[in-house]
Design a protein around this ligand. Structure first.
Ligand SMILES: NC(=O)c1ccc[n+]([C@@H]2O[C@H](COP(=O)([O-])OP(=O)(O)OC[C@H]3O[C@@H](n4cnc5c(N)ncnc54)[C@H](OP(=O)(O)O)[C@@H]3O)[C@@H](O)[C@H]2O)c1
Ligand SMILES: [Zn+2]
Length: 364
């Protein structure tokens, strides 16, 4: 039987799992805690990096002989297949653990309940579903990628008081220093960042993660169907900071093959599509291992991505900047304002002050 105590220990395991954020892809975040029948923590662990040790053996190593008869709390169903490390279920059984409590089943088809079944078949008491919602949210990129074959996607936008995101053809800085630090921290764990051609033409952004440590290079994705971007755009010169993927139509490549050969020779990865189908773009990114995607702009691409049903989470950074526009203001995606209106019941809202800016975020 599960109890509040179980939820408390699971909360600790979820907290530990966060240590791996940004480092475990394509694996999930996992945290584990070994607790004695008297309620004493005997060991804890987190999966920190793909190819590195799993959370369960780390926690069991720490507990040593004391793990016999103990309970193991684990944010995800333990693995039962040989990957880069031996199966955790065998290690759990040989450690003499009496009871295993997990938050969710592993959606990986190689596990998918088989880990729980293996443990039960070996006489271990298994309970699952403790803090299930929090665990699903924590591993949303992994779960979405496993089940839908596409990246879990955040739509992020910053707006002026008037609800504008910029002025046509000109670069405008809206967010303050504190919001910029938050933005770069987010860029530090996300797998890939994506913008449309209109944004690169207007702002010429570098699209790198600055002032925050990244375990793995950040992938940048530019949707430029017609190949409108100039060869001197800053993003092409940032290949040493991580991969750059250009999403382009086959017809554009056929019209100017030399240009694309040069870009490919420079190291730009071309994702060539026959149509402007964004689900196809998203799935192709999923095939390239992108599990989490941050869609930073602009509104044209964001609206199209929303229309295609590919947005999972929305972030709206409201700034106190006023933009005196003479009709050249670029409006934010109106659906973002509607979805994040405070009276909306469809989403879980969170609001946080970042200097003079306010971040409102929630489920799409
Ligand atoms: N404040 C902020 O948070 C923020 C962030 C980023 C940008 N901005 C501002 O936003 C402005 C640029 O925004 P924008 O809307 O003009 O350009 P954009 O969103 O950067 O680019 C539009 C892209 O979406 C593609 N697209 C549009 N509709 C589509 C559909 N139905 N299916 C598939 N693809 C589709 C376009 O294709 P084509 O290649 O065929 O045109 C283009 O590549 C700039 O002023 C920039 O400063 C503000
Ligand atoms: Zn494992």
């Amino acid at each position: 039987m599960t109890s509040t105590r179980d939820a408390d220990w699971m909360a600790r395991a979820l907290f530990l799992a966060e240590r791996g954020r940004g480092g475990t892809g394509p694996n999930p975040l996992v945290g584990a805690v070994v607790v004695s029948p008297e309620g004493v923590v005997l060991g804890q662990g987190a999966h920190r990096v793909a190819g590195g040790p799993h959370a369960e053996p780390l926690a069991l190593d720490e507990a040593r002989e004391a793990a016999r008869g103990a309970t193991l709390y684990c944010t995800l169903e333990p693995c039962c297949h040989v990957g880069r490390t031996p199966p955790c279920v065998e290690r759990i059984a040989s450690a003499g653990v009496r009871r295993v409590v997990t938050a969710i089943e592993d959606p990986n088809p190689r596990v998918n309940g088989a880990g729980h079944a293996w443990l039960r078949a070996h006489g271990i008491v298994v309970e699952t579903g403790v803090c299930e919602g929090a665990a699903r949210r924590q591993n949303a990129p992994f779960v979405t990628w496993m089940l839908q074959g596409r990246p879990w996607t955040i739509l992020k936008t910053a707006s002026s008081v008037e609800g504008l995101v910029g002025l046509a053809g000109r670069r405008v800085d809206l967010s303050g220093a504190s919001a910029n630090r938050w933005m770069h921290r987010q860029r530090a764990w996300i797998d890939a960042l994506m913008v449309g051609a209109g944004t690169v033409l207007a702002d010429d952004p570098a699209l790198t993660a600055r002032g925050a440590f990244r375990r793995r290079p950040l992938t940048r994705v530019i949707v430029d169907w017609q190949g409108r971007l100039p060869t001197q755009a800053r993003v092409w010169s940032t290949l040493s900071s991580g991969p750059v993927i250009m999403v382009v139509l086959a017809s554009a490549v056929q019209a100017a093959p030399d240009r694309y050969q040069r870009l490919a020779a420079q190291g730009v990865q071309l994702h060539v599509h026959d149509t402007r189908d964004l689900r196809g773009v998203s799935e192709r990114l999923g095939q390239s291992g992108v599990q989490s995607l941050l869609l930073e702009g602009g509104p044209g691409l964001q609206q199209a991505w929303l229309d295609a049903g590919l947005v999972d989470w929305v972030q709206w950074l409201k700034t106190p900047v006023t933009l005196a526009s003479g009709g050249d203001g670029v409006p934010m995606v109106s659906a973002v304002r509607e979805r994040l209106a405070s009276d909306s019941t469809r989403i879980s809202l969170a609001r946080v002050g970042l200097g003079d800016d306010v971040l409102v975020e929630g489920q799409a």
